[in-house]
Design a binder for this molecule. Structure first.
Ligand SMILES: [Zn+2]
Length: 345
């Protein structure tokens, strides 16, 4: 347990514990997960408000979730306790049984909102970093990815071992975790459904099973969040975050395929569509294979497709069609970035 002296010095961790005013025998505790970078809370949020609200609902273990995206403040109930979370990174637990109970609850909430925490390096939520959308964080040292969710008792000691995404996914695959297995299955199914939709488009038909894709995405993200919230080991939480990052990309992909349906029928270049789709598939497969050379190779195929797309555009190709294909190819780039990231284990 961290000593009180350390906490005061850094202004991080649990800053106070006191008896509850409203209920005798119970305690209230406040924890600061992050300190404002320049001392003022308003200029540097610790949490992305929209993701905060999304994650608290997605967790499915909190009741009475009330969350204001505009104010960046959430109030939730958990096992008889009321917890208030603010976008500055403050967690207040009320009516806890004792200090341990307050610490455990704070830790649970910290895990749940980990993906919404803002990366000090790129200013985006780390869910975006692990989705490969940030571009600024180097693969091995995105600060919050390599430290894991902040623990109220270990705020000053966040150094951990790290492993690559490939290693983490393989380890979870071998562990037999049913939540992981089901989420992986869902993601694979989504890709297959989108793949058949692309094939249909190529042959001049339009059909995407949007409802099934949406349901599978929902299930996959719930399971991923469950791994984070209910995970006892850091590797489980990291695997959950990776799955959330992959889901984010597949959601993007499903939107792109949906928008393609509107333009592809009038456009004859189905070969280009198939070629771009194959790049996406190779990006997805690379996630599940351990091969350090793969990200480099994928970047090359992304660059090759991008060049063809630009050239076709120069020759007067359909702009909406090419824009969608470019966005599709970008998903491959993001997936390959995910494959080369490292997270705490
Ligand atoms: Zn980042």
């Amino acid at each position: 347990m961290t000593s009180g002296g350390n906490m005061v010095k850094s202004n991080l961790g649990m800053t106070y514990i006191r008896p509850c005013v409203t209920e005798a025998g119970k305690i209230s505790a406040e924890t600061h997960l992050g300190s404002a970078r320049d001392g003022s809370e308003s200029s540097s949020d610790f949490l992305d408000s929209s993701k905060l609200c999304w994650l608290l609902n997605l967790s499915q273990i909190f009741s009475g979730v009330k969350c204001s995206q505009n104010l960046g403040i959430a109030k939730i109930e958990f096992n008889g306790k009321t917890v208030v979370v603010s976008k500055g990174g403050r967690i207040n637990v009320r009516t806890a049984e004792n200090k341990e109970d307050a610490l455990e609850t704070t830790w649970l909430v910290s895990k749940a909102i980990w993906p919404a925490m803002i990366c000090a390096r790129c200013g985006k939520a780390i869910l975006e970093c692990i989705s490969g959308w940030c571009g600024k964080c180097r693969p091995k040292d995105c600060p919050l990815l390599v430290s894991g969710p902040p623990k109220p008792t270990q705020m000053l000691d966040t150094r951990r071992d790290i492993k690559t995404v490939n290693e983490i996914l393989q380890e979870l695959d071998a562990s037999g975790s049913s939540a992981f297995k089901q989420a992986k299955q869902d993601l694979g199914d989504i890709l297959q459904i989108l793949g058949s939709a692309v094939t249909m488009l190529s042959s001049g038909n339009s059909s995407q099973n949007e409802v099934t894709v949406r349901q599978k995405l929902e299930e996959a993200t719930c399971l991923a969040q469950r791994l984070i919230v209910e995970g006892h080991k850091q590797i489980d939480m990291s695997a959950g975050l990776i799955l959330l990052g992959i889901s984010t990309n597949l959601e993007m992909l499903s939107q792109i395929v949906g928008s393609l349906a509107k333009v592809v029928l009038s456009h004859p270049d189905h070969l280009l569509l198939e070629r771009t789709w194959n790049v996406v598939i190779s990006g997805y497969k690379a996630l599940w294979r351990f091969d350090p050379a793969e990200p480099r190779r994928l970047e090359k195929s992304y660059a090759a497709v991008s060049r063809i797309l630009s050239r076709t555009r120069g020759k007067g190709g359909n702009i909406d069609f090419l824009r969608s294909l470019k966005a599709m190819a970008k998903v491959c780039l993001c997936l390959s970035r995910i494959a080369s990231m490292s997270l705490a284990v």
